[in-house]
Write a protein that binds this ligand. Structure first.
Ligand code: PHE
Length: 438
């Protein structure tokens, strides 16, 4: 079977931006900034994006284009024994997706309530079964898109959703910045506190956020790279995707902090910031229902294009490895996702499902999101750079690129990133082990 390709450079870029821009930018980024001291966080975050994120993006794109296969088949072509790394990456991508889709379902519930002009508080929401019901609905929607393939499914959806998302966000920035006291929020957000730079947990949060936000480590970009034209400039494309991703995170921060400060709410509210604090504010403000409809539509469109990209990792692996149709592969993986995600979905429902006295979803995010993704990024970078002839990577990265940074990327992904990542992961695991839940 001939491997499908992106229909154009812009289609590929929009799919890449669609994958990168997600809940990570609009829901996660503002609360992580809030918890890590505001403006100070932006410096380690920018450093992480340029020193870790972009090199890992390039490593994934170049490997995918070189071997034209899913994460499993590409790694197998490098060395047979690496297949297990591929399977581990596929497993983690499915696990992350299964709770990511639960939250995507929430964004749809809140969007529908806002559209109908009804308020919905997070407390009321968790007293219903909307969470599992909408988890099933968005899982079906995501599968339908992926079943249709690269051009007609993923690319078409991204072409539609990404511009809508940018437009809504732009309007929201203008609205939020003109609120009374908005500037206090902006000041909190942009005033750096350099003393925070010596706090290692701030750095760990910055790495984690950079990986999560740029979608690296889960084989997504490797898979997307396998559908690329030979002539695509990988360095330029990665830089474009990263810049858009940063811009959207930055704008979401402006919106959230202006609104939260303007109405005197708590900035360090954590994950509840978007689903609990903001809806309370929306209820009080003039035209609040319009603002909240726009905000949740924004969250939903961002989440959907990211979920699609995560699903493609497993689907491509099954299609390549088992030679089955996309339809069968997507159905199979979606079934696994439903099974894995149900406990997380029920943990924020009337059933209040808990494990170790915490909501299952939170545990999954900590295990797979915060630790699993950096761990997979570590495995991928070691497996590729240490087993494959580095000249192949350098040639792939430098081809048609204006900035020929192939050698630097190889040095970073071969030595620097594995060392720093191992250090961060070991400290995090020790911390969880000795001081769980602090
Ligand atoms: N990057 C997307 C986001 O910021 C989602 C994602 C997370 C994709 C992790 C892959 C891996 O929400």
């Amino acid at each position: 079977m001939v491997r499908e390709k992106w229909s154009s450079q812009i289609g590929f870029l929009l799919a890449g931006i669609g994958s990168a821009v997600g809940l990570g930018n609009i829901w996660r980024f503002p609360y992580i900034v809030g918890q890590n001291g505001g403006g100070a966080f932006l410096i380690p975050f920018l450093i992480s994006v340029f020193l870790f994120g972009i090199p890992l993006m390039l490593l994934e794109f170049s490997t995918g284009r070189q071997f034209r296969g899913s994460v499993v088949s590409s790694l197998k072509k490098i060395r047979r024994g690496l297949a297990w790394t591929g399977f581990a990456v596929v497993f983690v991508s499915i696990a992350v997706l299964s709770y990511y889709l639960v939250i995507t379902g929430w964004t749809l519930v809140f969007f529908i309530f806002a559209l109908l002009g009804k308020g919905l508080s997070f407390e009321t929401f968790t007293q219903t079964y909307y969470s599992p019901v909408f988890f099933v609905i968005v899982t079906l929607v995501t599968s339908l898109v992926v079943m249709k393939g690269i051009r007609k499914g993923i690319e078409k959806t991204s072409r539609l959703m990404v511009p809508i998302l940018g437009f809504i966000l732009l309007l929201m920035v203008i609205y939020a910045l003109t609120l009374p006291n908005a500037m206090e929020g902006v000041a909190f957000y942009l005033t750096p506190d350099f003393s925070k730079l010596t706090d290692s947990s701030v750095w760990a949060a910055a790495f984690g956020q950079a990986f999560f936000s740029l979608s690296v480590g889960l084989g997504i970009l490797l898979t997307y790279g396998s559908y690329l034209e030979e002539k695509t400039n990988l360095v330029g494309s990665s830089a474009t995707i990263a810049v858009f991703d940063l811009l959207i995170s930055f704008m979401s921060g402006l919106v959230v902090f202006s609104i939260v400060f303007s109405f005197g709410f708590e900035v360090a509210a954590g994950p509840k910031l978007a689903f609990s604090t903001l809806p309370k504010i929306f209820e009080e403000i003039p035209y609040g229902y319009l603002v909240s409809t726009a905000f949740f539509l924004l969250l939903f469109s961002a989440a959907l294009t990211s979920a699609i990209s995560m699903l493609e990792v497993g689907v491509a692996a099954l299609v390549d490895e088992m030679n089955i149709s996309r339809l069968k592969a997507t159905s199979l993986i979606s079934g696994i996702i439903l099974a894995l995600g149900f406990p997380a979905a029920f943990s924020y429902s009337k059933a209040n499902l808990q494990l170790l006295s915490r909501p299952v979803l939170d545990l999954m995010d900590e295990t797979f999101g915060s630790m699993g993704i950096p761990l997979m990024a570590l495995l991928l970078s070691i497996s590729i750079t240490w087993c494959l002839d580095n000249d192949i990577l350098i040639e792939q990265i430098n081809r048609h690129a204006r900035w020929k940074i192939g050698k630097i990327v190889v040095l970073l992904t071969k030595y620097f990133i594995p060392i720093v990542l191992s250090y961060v992961l070991i400290t995090e695991i020790l911390q969880h082990f000795f001081m769980p839940y602090v």
